[in-house]
Design a binder for this molecule. Structure first.
Ligand code: LLP
Length: 423
Protein backbone atom coordinates (compact mmCIF):
# COMPACT_ATOMS: atom_id res chain seq x y z
CA UNK A 1 0.00 0.00 0.00
CA UNK A 2 1.57 3.24 -1.09
CA UNK A 3 -1.31 5.59 -0.50
CA UNK A 4 -1.07 8.66 1.65
CA UNK A 5 -3.23 8.55 4.78
CA UNK A 6 -5.90 11.23 4.55
CA UNK A 7 -8.50 11.58 7.31
CA UNK A 8 -12.18 11.06 6.52
CA UNK A 9 -13.05 14.74 6.99
CA UNK A 10 -11.65 15.15 3.47
CA UNK A 11 -13.63 13.80 0.56
CA UNK A 12 -13.91 14.25 -3.17
CA UNK A 13 -17.27 15.30 -4.48
CA UNK A 14 -17.76 15.54 -8.24
CA UNK A 15 -14.02 15.79 -8.71
CA UNK A 16 -13.62 18.55 -6.14
CA UNK A 17 -11.83 18.22 -2.80
CA UNK A 18 -13.98 19.07 0.23
CA UNK A 19 -13.24 19.46 3.94
CA UNK A 20 -16.17 18.57 6.21
CA UNK A 21 -18.27 18.70 3.02
CA UNK A 22 -17.27 22.31 2.37
CA UNK A 23 -15.73 22.89 -1.06
CA UNK A 24 -12.13 24.10 -0.87
CA UNK A 25 -12.64 25.86 -4.18
CA UNK A 26 -15.44 27.94 -2.64
CA UNK A 27 -13.18 28.82 0.29
CA UNK A 28 -10.40 29.90 -2.08
CA UNK A 29 -12.86 32.01 -4.08
CA UNK A 30 -14.26 33.64 -0.97
CA UNK A 31 -11.03 34.33 0.94
CA UNK A 32 -8.31 34.23 -1.71
CA UNK A 33 -5.12 32.17 -1.63
CA UNK A 34 -2.91 31.06 0.01
CA UNK A 35 -5.26 30.15 2.82
CA UNK A 36 -5.12 27.71 5.74
CA UNK A 37 -8.37 25.77 6.19
CA UNK A 38 -8.95 23.83 9.41
CA UNK A 39 -11.57 21.31 10.47
CA UNK A 40 -12.65 21.80 14.08
CA UNK A 41 -14.13 18.30 14.07
CA UNK A 42 -10.79 16.71 13.27
CA UNK A 43 -9.08 18.43 16.20
CA UNK A 44 -11.83 17.12 18.48
CA UNK A 45 -11.45 13.61 17.07
CA UNK A 46 -7.70 13.64 17.65
CA UNK A 47 -8.09 14.94 21.20
CA UNK A 48 -10.71 12.32 22.05
CA UNK A 49 -8.60 9.54 20.61
CA UNK A 50 -5.68 10.34 22.92
CA UNK A 51 -7.86 11.01 25.93
CA UNK A 52 -9.79 7.76 25.61
CA UNK A 53 -6.68 5.65 25.04
CA UNK A 54 -5.06 6.96 28.23
CA UNK A 55 -8.03 7.59 30.53
CA UNK A 56 -9.23 4.01 30.27
CA UNK A 57 -5.90 2.99 31.76
CA UNK A 58 -5.15 5.90 34.06
CA UNK A 59 -7.59 8.32 35.73
CA UNK A 60 -5.06 10.98 36.51
CA UNK A 61 -4.04 11.74 32.92
CA UNK A 62 -4.14 15.20 31.32
CA UNK A 63 -3.35 16.66 27.92
CA UNK A 64 -1.39 19.92 27.79
CA UNK A 65 -1.65 21.12 24.19
CA UNK A 66 1.73 22.33 22.88
CA UNK A 67 0.66 25.78 21.76
CA UNK A 68 3.72 26.21 19.52
CA UNK A 69 2.19 23.83 16.95
CA UNK A 70 -0.66 26.20 16.16
CA UNK A 71 -1.14 29.20 18.37
CA UNK A 72 -4.28 30.77 16.92
CA UNK A 73 -6.41 31.36 20.05
CA UNK A 74 -9.49 30.13 18.15
CA UNK A 75 -7.77 26.78 17.65
CA UNK A 76 -6.64 26.73 21.28
CA UNK A 77 -10.25 27.43 22.32
CA UNK A 78 -11.48 24.25 20.61
CA UNK A 79 -9.13 22.26 22.82
CA UNK A 80 -9.81 24.36 25.92
CA UNK A 81 -13.52 23.57 25.58
CA UNK A 82 -12.68 19.89 25.56
CA UNK A 83 -10.77 20.26 28.81
CA UNK A 84 -7.19 20.54 27.53
CA UNK A 85 -4.48 22.44 29.35
CA UNK A 86 -1.54 24.02 27.54
CA UNK A 87 2.22 23.72 27.37
CA UNK A 88 3.77 27.10 26.57
CA UNK A 89 7.39 27.99 26.00
CA UNK A 90 7.37 31.72 26.68
CA UNK A 91 5.31 34.69 27.80
CA UNK A 92 3.70 35.24 24.40
CA UNK A 93 2.53 31.65 24.15
CA UNK A 94 1.25 32.00 27.70
CA UNK A 95 -0.86 35.02 26.66
CA UNK A 96 -2.11 33.15 23.59
CA UNK A 97 -3.14 30.18 25.73
CA UNK A 98 -5.03 32.56 28.03
CA UNK A 99 -6.75 34.17 25.02
CA UNK A 100 -7.73 30.65 24.00
CA UNK A 101 -9.48 30.23 27.33
CA UNK A 102 -7.02 28.06 29.24
CA UNK A 103 -6.75 28.92 32.91
CA UNK A 104 -3.47 29.39 34.78
CA UNK A 105 -3.90 26.19 36.73
CA UNK A 106 -3.99 24.16 33.52
CA UNK A 107 -0.95 25.86 31.95
CA UNK A 108 2.53 24.45 32.24
CA UNK A 109 5.61 26.24 30.94
CA UNK A 110 8.64 24.57 29.37
CA UNK A 111 11.02 27.45 28.63
CA UNK A 112 14.51 27.33 27.23
CA UNK A 113 17.12 29.89 28.33
CA UNK A 114 14.47 32.23 29.67
CA UNK A 115 15.57 35.35 31.58
CA UNK A 116 15.09 35.34 35.35
CA UNK A 117 12.57 38.17 35.30
CA UNK A 118 10.20 36.26 33.01
CA UNK A 119 10.65 33.07 35.00
CA UNK A 120 9.82 34.97 38.18
CA UNK A 121 6.76 36.55 36.57
CA UNK A 122 5.41 33.12 35.66
CA UNK A 123 6.27 31.65 39.01
CA UNK A 124 4.41 34.45 40.79
CA UNK A 125 1.31 33.68 38.74
CA UNK A 126 1.53 30.12 40.01
CA UNK A 127 2.46 28.62 36.64
CA UNK A 128 4.32 25.34 36.93
CA UNK A 129 7.68 25.53 35.16
CA UNK A 130 9.67 22.64 33.75
CA UNK A 131 13.11 24.18 34.34
CA UNK A 132 15.58 23.55 31.57
CA UNK A 133 18.65 23.84 33.74
CA UNK A 134 19.76 24.11 37.38
CA UNK A 135 20.88 27.72 36.82
CA UNK A 136 17.42 28.58 35.63
CA UNK A 137 15.88 27.16 38.79
CA UNK A 138 18.46 28.93 40.93
CA UNK A 139 17.76 32.25 39.23
CA UNK A 140 14.29 32.23 40.85
CA UNK A 141 15.21 30.41 44.05
CA UNK A 142 13.62 33.16 46.12
CA UNK A 143 10.22 32.70 44.43
CA UNK A 144 9.96 29.11 43.27
CA UNK A 145 6.68 27.84 41.84
CA UNK A 146 4.64 25.54 44.08
CA UNK A 147 5.80 22.50 42.11
CA UNK A 148 9.43 22.37 40.95
CA UNK A 149 10.10 20.36 37.83
CA UNK A 150 13.07 19.83 35.54
CA UNK A 151 13.13 18.96 31.88
CA UNK A 152 15.38 15.92 31.70
CA UNK A 153 17.50 15.02 28.69
CA UNK A 154 17.53 11.21 28.92
CA UNK A 155 20.72 10.95 26.86
CA UNK A 156 18.98 9.85 23.70
CA UNK A 157 16.16 11.17 21.61
CA UNK A 158 14.35 10.49 18.38
CA UNK A 159 12.80 12.86 15.88
CA UNK A 160 12.00 12.81 12.17
CA UNK A 161 14.93 15.12 11.43
CA UNK A 162 18.11 16.09 13.31
CA UNK A 163 16.54 19.55 13.72
CA UNK A 164 13.51 18.08 15.47
CA UNK A 165 15.39 15.70 17.77
CA UNK A 166 15.33 17.45 21.11
CA UNK A 167 17.31 15.14 23.39
CA UNK A 168 20.64 13.34 23.25
CA UNK A 169 24.17 14.72 23.44
CA UNK A 170 23.69 17.28 20.63
CA UNK A 171 20.50 18.78 21.99
CA UNK A 172 20.52 22.12 23.83
CA UNK A 173 17.54 21.11 25.96
CA UNK A 174 17.17 19.82 29.47
CA UNK A 175 19.20 18.55 32.35
CA UNK A 176 21.32 15.48 31.63
CA UNK A 177 20.38 12.36 33.61
CA UNK A 178 23.57 12.56 35.66
CA UNK A 179 22.73 16.09 36.88
CA UNK A 180 19.17 15.25 37.89
CA UNK A 181 20.06 14.26 41.46
CA UNK A 182 21.92 17.54 42.00
CA UNK A 183 19.03 19.56 40.53
CA UNK A 184 16.30 18.05 42.67
CA UNK A 185 18.38 18.05 45.83
CA UNK A 186 19.11 21.77 45.31
CA UNK A 187 15.40 22.40 44.78
CA UNK A 188 14.65 20.53 47.99
CA UNK A 189 17.26 22.57 49.86
CA UNK A 190 15.72 25.74 48.44
CA UNK A 191 12.48 24.75 50.13
CA UNK A 192 10.54 22.97 47.37
CA UNK A 193 8.10 20.38 48.67
CA UNK A 194 6.32 19.33 45.50
CA UNK A 195 8.01 18.03 42.38
CA UNK A 196 7.40 17.26 38.75
CA UNK A 197 9.58 15.82 35.99
CA UNK A 198 9.50 16.39 32.26
CA UNK A 199 11.03 15.21 28.99
CA UNK A 200 10.58 16.01 25.31
CA UNK A 201 12.92 13.95 23.21
CA UNK A 202 11.90 14.63 19.62
CA UNK A 203 9.05 15.23 17.24
CA UNK A 204 7.06 13.18 14.74
CA UNK A 205 7.81 9.65 15.86
CA UNK A 206 5.54 6.93 14.47
CA UNK A 207 6.88 3.97 16.49
CA UNK A 208 4.60 3.15 19.46
CA UNK A 209 7.33 1.11 21.18
CA UNK A 210 9.60 4.16 21.40
CA UNK A 211 7.28 6.06 23.71
CA UNK A 212 7.12 3.19 26.21
CA UNK A 213 10.87 2.75 26.21
CA UNK A 214 11.82 6.42 26.54
CA UNK A 215 9.15 7.09 29.18
CA UNK A 216 10.58 4.23 31.21
CA UNK A 217 13.85 6.14 31.56
CA UNK A 218 11.93 8.94 33.27
CA UNK A 219 9.87 6.55 35.37
CA UNK A 220 13.05 4.85 36.63
CA UNK A 221 14.72 8.18 37.32
CA UNK A 222 11.77 9.56 39.27
CA UNK A 223 11.63 6.40 41.37
CA UNK A 224 15.34 6.65 42.09
CA UNK A 225 15.05 10.36 42.99
CA UNK A 226 12.01 9.69 45.19
CA UNK A 227 13.85 7.03 47.14
CA UNK A 228 17.22 8.75 47.46
CA UNK A 229 15.90 12.23 48.24
CA UNK A 230 12.73 11.23 50.06
CA UNK A 231 10.59 13.30 47.69
CA UNK A 232 7.33 12.55 45.91
CA UNK A 233 6.48 13.42 42.32
CA UNK A 234 3.14 15.10 41.72
CA UNK A 235 3.39 14.63 37.97
CA UNK A 236 5.41 13.09 35.19
CA UNK A 237 5.23 14.93 31.88
CA UNK A 238 6.27 12.86 28.88
CA UNK A 239 6.15 15.79 26.43
CA UNK A 240 4.96 15.51 22.84
CA UNK A 241 6.46 13.97 19.74
CA UNK A 242 3.58 11.74 18.64
CA UNK A 243 3.85 11.45 14.88
CA UNK A 244 1.36 11.66 12.06
CA UNK A 245 1.63 10.08 8.60
CA UNK A 246 2.84 12.60 6.04
CA UNK A 247 4.34 10.34 3.38
CA UNK A 248 2.88 7.66 1.12
CA UNK A 249 2.94 4.30 2.88
CA UNK A 250 3.11 5.72 6.42
CA UNK A 251 0.36 4.58 8.74
CA UNK A 252 -1.26 6.33 11.65
CA UNK A 253 0.38 5.91 15.03
CA UNK A 254 -1.48 3.32 17.10
CA UNK A 255 -2.41 5.56 20.04
CA UNK A 256 -3.95 2.70 21.96
CA UNK A 257 -0.66 0.84 21.81
CA UNK A 258 1.24 4.00 22.84
CA UNK A 259 -1.05 4.35 25.87
CA UNK A 260 -0.76 0.66 26.67
CA UNK A 261 3.05 0.76 26.54
CA UNK A 262 3.34 3.90 28.67
CA UNK A 263 0.65 3.17 31.24
CA UNK A 264 1.62 -0.45 31.79
CA UNK A 265 5.24 0.48 32.43
CA UNK A 266 4.28 3.37 34.68
CA UNK A 267 1.87 1.35 36.83
CA UNK A 268 4.21 -1.62 37.05
CA UNK A 269 7.28 0.39 38.01
CA UNK A 270 5.60 2.61 40.61
CA UNK A 271 3.64 -0.22 42.21
CA UNK A 272 6.68 -2.45 42.53
CA UNK A 273 8.63 0.46 44.06
CA UNK A 274 5.75 0.89 46.53
CA UNK A 275 5.16 4.48 45.41
CA UNK A 276 1.99 6.38 44.60
CA UNK A 277 1.48 6.78 40.83
CA UNK A 278 2.02 10.45 39.90
CA UNK A 279 -0.31 12.31 37.51
CA UNK A 280 0.64 11.73 33.90
CA UNK A 281 0.85 14.71 31.53
CA UNK A 282 1.36 14.62 27.82
CA UNK A 283 2.04 17.61 25.56
CA UNK A 284 1.01 16.74 22.02
CA UNK A 285 1.11 19.47 19.41
CA UNK A 286 1.29 17.87 15.98
CA UNK A 287 -0.98 14.92 16.75
CA UNK A 288 -3.87 17.19 17.69
CA UNK A 289 -3.77 19.70 14.86
CA UNK A 290 -1.62 18.58 11.94
CA UNK A 291 -4.12 16.63 9.85
CA UNK A 292 -6.98 19.02 10.64
CA UNK A 293 -5.68 21.55 8.14
CA UNK A 294 -4.84 22.03 4.48
CA UNK A 295 -3.04 24.94 2.97
CA UNK A 296 -4.68 25.92 -0.31
CA UNK A 297 -2.64 27.82 -2.87
CA UNK A 298 -2.82 28.70 -6.53
CA UNK A 299 -0.60 27.85 -9.49
CA UNK A 300 0.85 31.10 -10.82
CA UNK A 301 3.29 29.81 -13.44
CA UNK A 302 4.47 26.59 -15.01
CA UNK A 303 8.01 26.58 -16.26
CA UNK A 304 9.68 23.80 -18.21
CA UNK A 305 13.44 24.22 -17.86
CA UNK A 306 14.12 20.60 -18.56
CA UNK A 307 12.89 20.25 -15.02
CA UNK A 308 9.32 21.37 -14.45
CA UNK A 309 8.74 24.06 -11.84
CA UNK A 310 5.20 24.70 -10.67
CA UNK A 311 5.22 28.28 -9.39
CA UNK A 312 2.59 29.05 -6.77
CA UNK A 313 1.48 31.75 -4.37
CA UNK A 314 2.66 29.55 -1.47
CA UNK A 315 6.29 29.22 -0.51
CA UNK A 316 8.73 28.84 2.35
CA UNK A 317 7.26 31.93 3.99
CA UNK A 318 3.81 30.30 4.07
CA UNK A 319 4.94 26.77 4.99
CA UNK A 320 8.55 26.57 6.11
CA UNK A 321 8.91 22.88 6.94
CA UNK A 322 9.97 21.60 3.47
CA UNK A 323 12.67 24.29 3.19
CA UNK A 324 13.87 23.99 6.79
CA UNK A 325 13.95 20.24 7.28
CA UNK A 326 13.26 18.74 3.84
CA UNK A 327 9.87 17.76 5.25
CA UNK A 328 7.36 16.03 2.99
CA UNK A 329 3.81 17.36 2.67
CA UNK A 330 1.39 15.61 0.38
CA UNK A 331 0.05 17.93 -2.33
CA UNK A 332 -2.98 17.31 -4.44
CA UNK A 333 -4.99 19.38 -6.90
CA UNK A 334 -8.25 20.69 -5.44
CA UNK A 335 -10.01 19.83 -8.70
CA UNK A 336 -8.93 16.47 -10.06
CA UNK A 337 -7.49 16.91 -13.54
CA UNK A 338 -8.06 15.07 -16.79
CA UNK A 339 -7.39 11.37 -16.29
CA UNK A 340 -4.40 9.84 -18.02
CA UNK A 341 -2.27 12.92 -18.72
CA UNK A 342 0.33 13.68 -16.07
CA UNK A 343 3.25 15.97 -15.45
CA UNK A 344 6.04 14.17 -13.65
CA UNK A 345 8.97 14.92 -11.34
CA UNK A 346 7.93 18.49 -10.84
CA UNK A 347 9.03 20.84 -8.14
CA UNK A 348 6.42 23.00 -6.44
CA UNK A 349 7.92 26.33 -5.54
CA UNK A 350 6.96 29.81 -4.38
CA UNK A 351 7.94 33.38 -5.13
CA UNK A 352 10.68 33.88 -2.53
CA UNK A 353 14.21 34.84 -3.62
CA UNK A 354 15.78 31.68 -2.21
CA UNK A 355 16.44 28.42 -3.94
CA UNK A 356 15.24 26.64 -0.80
CA UNK A 357 11.78 28.00 -1.55
CA UNK A 358 10.16 24.62 -2.02
CA UNK A 359 6.83 23.12 -1.00
CA UNK A 360 7.42 19.74 -2.63
CA UNK A 361 9.62 18.01 -5.16
CA UNK A 362 9.64 14.95 -7.37
CA UNK A 363 5.85 15.05 -7.58
CA UNK A 364 3.55 13.82 -10.31
CA UNK A 365 0.28 15.60 -11.01
CA UNK A 366 -2.51 15.38 -13.52
CA UNK A 367 -1.92 18.15 -16.06
CA UNK A 368 -2.05 21.51 -14.30
CA UNK A 369 -2.69 25.02 -15.58
CA UNK A 370 -2.10 28.48 -14.21
CA UNK A 371 -4.95 29.32 -11.81
CA UNK A 372 -5.42 25.73 -10.61
CA UNK A 373 -5.68 25.22 -6.87
CA UNK A 374 -3.40 22.92 -4.87
CA UNK A 375 -4.07 21.53 -1.41
CA UNK A 376 -1.11 20.88 0.88
CA UNK A 377 -1.99 18.38 3.60
CA UNK A 378 -0.93 18.20 7.23
CA UNK A 379 -0.51 21.95 7.38
CA UNK A 380 -2.10 22.40 10.82
CA UNK A 381 1.03 21.89 12.92
CA UNK A 382 4.04 24.18 12.54
CA UNK A 383 2.44 25.67 9.41
CA UNK A 384 1.08 29.12 10.15
CA UNK A 385 2.99 29.19 13.43
CA UNK A 386 6.31 29.10 11.55
CA UNK A 387 5.26 31.39 8.69
CA UNK A 388 7.05 34.69 8.19
CA UNK A 389 7.30 37.96 6.30
CA UNK A 390 10.61 37.50 4.52
CA UNK A 391 10.65 39.17 1.11
CA UNK A 392 7.62 41.16 2.15
CA UNK A 393 5.38 38.14 1.95
CA UNK A 394 2.12 38.66 3.77
CA UNK A 395 0.84 35.85 5.92
CA UNK A 396 -2.31 34.11 4.74
CA UNK A 397 -5.80 34.00 6.23
CA UNK A 398 -6.92 31.13 8.45
CA UNK A 399 -10.41 29.68 8.09
CA UNK A 400 -12.11 27.31 10.50
CA UNK A 401 -14.75 24.89 9.30
CA UNK A 402 -17.31 24.11 11.97
CA UNK A 403 -20.63 22.31 11.30
CA UNK A 404 -20.47 23.00 7.58
CA UNK A 405 -19.81 26.71 8.06
CA UNK A 406 -16.64 28.64 7.28
CA UNK A 407 -15.48 31.07 9.94
CA UNK A 408 -12.55 33.40 9.41
CA UNK A 409 -10.25 33.04 12.42
CA UNK A 410 -7.41 35.21 11.13
CA UNK A 411 -7.56 37.66 8.27
CA UNK A 412 -4.89 37.92 5.64
CA UNK A 413 -2.04 40.27 6.57
CA UNK A 414 -1.68 43.65 4.89
CA UNK A 415 1.38 45.81 4.28
CA UNK A 416 0.01 48.07 7.02
CA UNK A 417 0.26 45.16 9.49
CA UNK A 418 3.93 44.60 8.79
CA UNK A 419 4.94 48.24 8.95
CA UNK A 420 3.04 49.09 12.11
CA UNK A 421 6.05 48.40 14.34
CA UNK A 422 8.26 50.70 12.30
CA UNK A 423 8.93 54.04 14.02
N1 LLP B 1 6.50 19.97 24.44
C1 LLP B 1 7.67 20.61 24.25
C2 LLP B 1 8.44 21.07 25.41
C3 LLP B 1 8.13 20.83 22.95
O1 LLP B 1 9.29 21.46 22.76
C4 LLP B 1 7.37 20.38 21.84
C5 LLP B 1 7.86 20.56 20.48
C6 LLP B 1 6.14 19.72 22.09
C7 LLP B 1 5.74 19.53 23.41
C8 LLP B 1 5.22 19.25 21.01
O2 LLP B 1 5.78 18.31 20.17
P1 LLP B 1 4.90 17.59 19.04
O3 LLP B 1 3.83 16.79 19.75
O4 LLP B 1 4.26 18.63 18.20
O5 LLP B 1 5.86 16.76 18.32
N2 LLP B 1 8.95 22.67 14.07
C9 LLP B 1 9.12 21.24 14.04
C10 LLP B 1 8.72 20.57 15.33
C11 LLP B 1 9.54 21.02 16.51
C12 LLP B 1 9.01 20.51 17.82
C13 LLP B 1 9.65 21.21 18.95
N3 LLP B 1 9.05 20.97 20.20
C14 LLP B 1 8.37 20.68 12.84
O6 LLP B 1 7.84 21.45 12.07
O7 LLP B 1 8.36 19.46 12.64
Amino acid sequence: MNEVYIPEIFNENEGELHIENVSLKSIAEKYGTPVYVTSALRIEQNYNEILQAFRKRLDNFSIKYAVKANSNPNIIRILAKMGAGADVSNLTEYELAKLGGISDKKIIMTPNNMDAQSLREMSKKGITINFDDINQMNSVKDSLPEIVSFRINPGRGRGEFPGTTTAGPEAKFGLPLEKAMEGYSMAKEAGATKFGIHMMTGSNVLDPAYFGSISSVIFDLSIELSKKLGIEFSYIDIGGGFGVPYRPGETRLDMDKVAENICTEMKRKFSSAGLKIPDLYMEPGRYLVSDSTVLVGKVTNIKDNGKIFIGTDMGMTTLLRPALYGAYHHISPVISGAKGKTIEHCKIVGQVCENTDVIGEGRTFPTLSVGDLLAVFNAGAYGYSMSMNFNGNLRPAEILIRDGKDIIIRRRETVQDIVQTVV
